[in-house]
Design a protein around this ligand. Sequence first.
Ligand code: G
Ligand code: G
Ligand code: NA
Ligand code: MN
Length: 254
Amino acid sequence: QEMEKALYHAIENQELKLVYQPIIDVNTNEIVEVEALLRWTSPVYGSVSPLVLIQIAEQSGFIYEIGEWVLREACNQNKQWQEEGYPPVVVSVNVSALQFDQPNFVEMVNKILEDIDMDPSYLELEITETNAMDRVDEKLEKMESLKSMGVRISIDDFGTGYSSLAYFTRFPIDTLKIDRSFINDMLNDENAKTIVTTIINLAKTIKIKIIAEGVETVEQLEYLKQKGCDKIQGYYFSRPVAPDLIREMLKEDS
Ligand code: G
Ligand code: G
Ligand code: NA
Ligand code: MN
């Protein structure tokens, strides 16, 4: 397949980039995390949606190399911001199930952190809810190892996978990220509203942090704040942006 070939050369040709979307503490209004998001501008195909890119990468097996590149790049970038004196933030990296299920995944993460000499507590790994429900025992063991290293774990797109929150009490996770579809519908749809408030309340009782994704309006922000949501992410505050723009925003925070 042609696109596979193009992707094969994308890393060495430096066509892959990461952008970063701020995650805000609703109580202090400060950036506390950034989510790294992959972008590919191919000379042949132009900008390729990350969904398509990840799909091709998974089919072709390039996901391992790309996933490792993303982790290393995001950690390097975060370390660099810290060395430049910006207020430290957590960098959150999406991990595909294939990548997480690799036997040496934990060792790879550890090696990257050691190479970069980065404090593991500034790295968060995002696993989607649906992906987390497959090969559970293996995943639990790896999550425990990562936790004991000090790495944080979050469940992404939460609410879309039909698992109960009780199920996730087995997982050593720090954060649930409420899927943006619920945030989008929340103020117009009683069901979505109930789901959001229930997730927030239950998470509080089991001491898991909440990030609301896809916050686009001040009304959504105010509602979430009132319900006790910890952190928000979305276009209301900022789109995913290049590292220099993150510098600008962190400067305003310091
Ligand atoms: O940035 P955007 O909303 O276009 O991302 C679309 C999807 O691609 C999201 O679901 C996001 O989680 C996924 N994605 C973006 N970057 C990465 C990455 O580095 N690794 C993996 N596995 N998924 C990513
Ligand atoms: O699946 P995941 O949660 O990783 O997806 C992150 C994706 O959500 C990114 O592609 C990002 O561009 C997108 N995104 C982030 N904030 C918003 C928002 O406020 N509205 C919409 N529609 N998409 C958003
Ligand atoms: Na994500
Ligand atoms: Mn997400």
